[in-house]
Design a protein around this ligand. Sequence first.
Ligand SMILES: Cc1cc2nc3c(=O)[nH]c(=O)nc-3n(C[C@H](O)[C@H](O)[C@H](O)COP(=O)(O)OP(=O)(O)OC[C@H]3O[C@@H](n4cnc5c(N)ncnc54)[C@H](O)[C@@H]3O)c2cc1C
Length: 661
Amino acid sequence: DAVSVTRDTTAINSTTTTTTGTVTNSTSTAAAGQNASNTYDYIVVGSGPGGGPLAARLAQAGFSVLLLDAGEDHGTDYTIEIPLLQTAASEYTPITWQFFVNHYADPTVAMEDPNFTWKQPNGTFWVGPNPPAGSTPLGIYYPRASTLGGCAEHNAVVALYPSEDDWDNIAAITGDSSWAASNMRQYWEKLENNQYLTPGTDAASGHGFDGWLDTTLTDLRLILNDKRWLSLLQGTASAMGNTVSTALLNTVSAISAMMITDINTDAPGRDNTVGLFQIPLSVTNTTRARSSQRNLILNTASNRAYKLNVQLSTLVTRLLFDQSAKTPRAIGVQYVTGSHLYRAAPGSENATETGSGSAFARREVIVAGGAFNTPQILKLSGIGPKAELEHWNIPVVLDAPGVGTNMQDRYEVTVTGSLPTNFPSYTGCTFLKTPGDPCFEQWLTNSTDRGIYGTNGVAFGSVFQSSGASPNETDLFVGGLPADFHGYFPGYSAAADVHTFSFLVLKAHSRNNAGTVTLASTDPRDLPLVNFNSFTVGGDLDVQAVYEGVQLARAMFNKTITPDGPFVETFPGPAIQSEDDVKAWIKRSAWGHHASCSVPIGAANDTSAVLDSDFRVKGVDGLRVVDASVFPKIPDFYIVGAVYVISEKAAAVIIEDAQSS
Ligand SMILES: Cc1cc2nc3c(=O)[nH]c(=O)nc-3n(C[C@H](O)[C@H](O)[C@H](O)COP(=O)(O)OP(=O)(O)OC[C@H]3O[C@@H](n4cnc5c(N)ncnc54)[C@H](O)[C@@H]3O)c2cc1C
């Protein structure tokens, strides 16, 4: 087979020591170790939502592409396929990269977070204050996935299209009208395979029906058949001023009528519409299994018509440049091979490098390692703030002060309430922890009703405008799931239960851009230092918005009367009530999981903007970045839809460039 997905990289490694072979290279002189078999038109580093679709599209356009990822392929493992197991997926050892980040640079402030984690002298984690003597502070746990598909393989499958301002803002900053919202929707139409609307109808406008990302909605029978869910729906609606009796919510269509069924509509006014909605999920309707770009990559790689080579278990350590011309040119990458080499991977201390090598790009190298790893790769390769590179004795290829700056995230907190008994719809579910899990059997075998495992557990959500929101946009999401969830710490997914309900309050369009990614060493297997410097910019307005979200979540609980009585708030709990106390608690403990914007696009004359509007690293040739790092401002409520869209846009831009050169 000419194309393959390989975990064993022996074939490629061996070519790095071979000097024979013809190199067709119109753009750079052949570098040491370069030959025909390790040279491609494009090299893409990272198979996540940014890199994966792009690599496939470039191959489909007739180019030879090498797609490298440090992880393995686990996409058919049930923990990943089953949407309800999303939290378990985020801690699934074969794919997880455990980052520990700082919300605050000041350790005293940082350690006030109840999720602050330490490593004990015996090597295990300690979460919270008063760790045993000799423990080392780590920070706040931040799960990432290193695998074929990146974080799309462990995320919560919420698939939202961003707001128009998210795109128009990039067009305004850069002066590049191709970023205008009116032009961007086509990429969503191209990638989506919508399975909840009817093609050709008005509602279908702005949607795609033959793309690679399957989208569907939660099966409303879940709510209909579980009185506790019904009461939560009724309580949520009531807190929003829409009082209905649960007795009338006796059919799926009655439940559906209470909600905006398509939050992803392109109808005017969508971005500032307050309301209750069903959540679009990246899930395949027939199987109720996770959908992502992984299938697109695999289908393209296994198609003999295309030249996509996917090489896994390959950690890129450095980009290679030809510096003979005035402008340095990216010509390839260096890598090491082996499983779980990066020190964020559990067990990395026992991992061994099985090889090392280089690969070369005739046209371009595209970095898509995600918001933490892309700045790290660039800096290790000599592209970053000069002073930082010199501090680490890294030869400067390009002084790019914006690399690893401007990083952004949401602010999220939960309000949780408990009842003595479990949600009825979870009865019997053992989350694959025992053989014969009936909920798993239903998901696997019942083609007409896959049951609770076919959802992500979030049956509906609501969006609001906080008092400080832009008039054009809603900026608060409140939605929940049966789980005792209050942020990320090692083991958080195992600590979940299903007699507690967590209302997640998520602040979109957050204002803080003071986050940084800096090197902690020059070893590419080490993690960088990730500092969010939370609430530094626009903090008061954002705290106020989250506070308003907490009030809403509390009102929703208060209006919810289940057949088993009212929920009793367990977190933040009765002790945290006054506005000052709630706000202090938000500042102490808000988290995020949409890290982005760390290698931003910006205006040509903005020295803090690393990329031009065509994803090119300004000041070098042959190098682009295409992942969550590229946004100047964090988009939307949930980010992956926006990352998929920019991946498709980048493919179009790069193909057009190649065809016109
Ligand atoms: C727990 C959790 C739940 C989430 N849920 C949602 C959700 O429901 N909806 C939503 O919209 N968003 C969600 N997200 C966020 C979303 O999934 C990510 O923002 C998105 O996947 C980012 O895409 P990316 O391409 O930038 O990077 P990633 O998805 O991080 O992919 C980067 C890839 O690059 C590889 N890589 C990195 N460095 C190297 C290197 N040096 N060499 C080789 N390979 C490398 C990694 O192995 C990885 O596979 C969630 C995130 C988390 C953590």
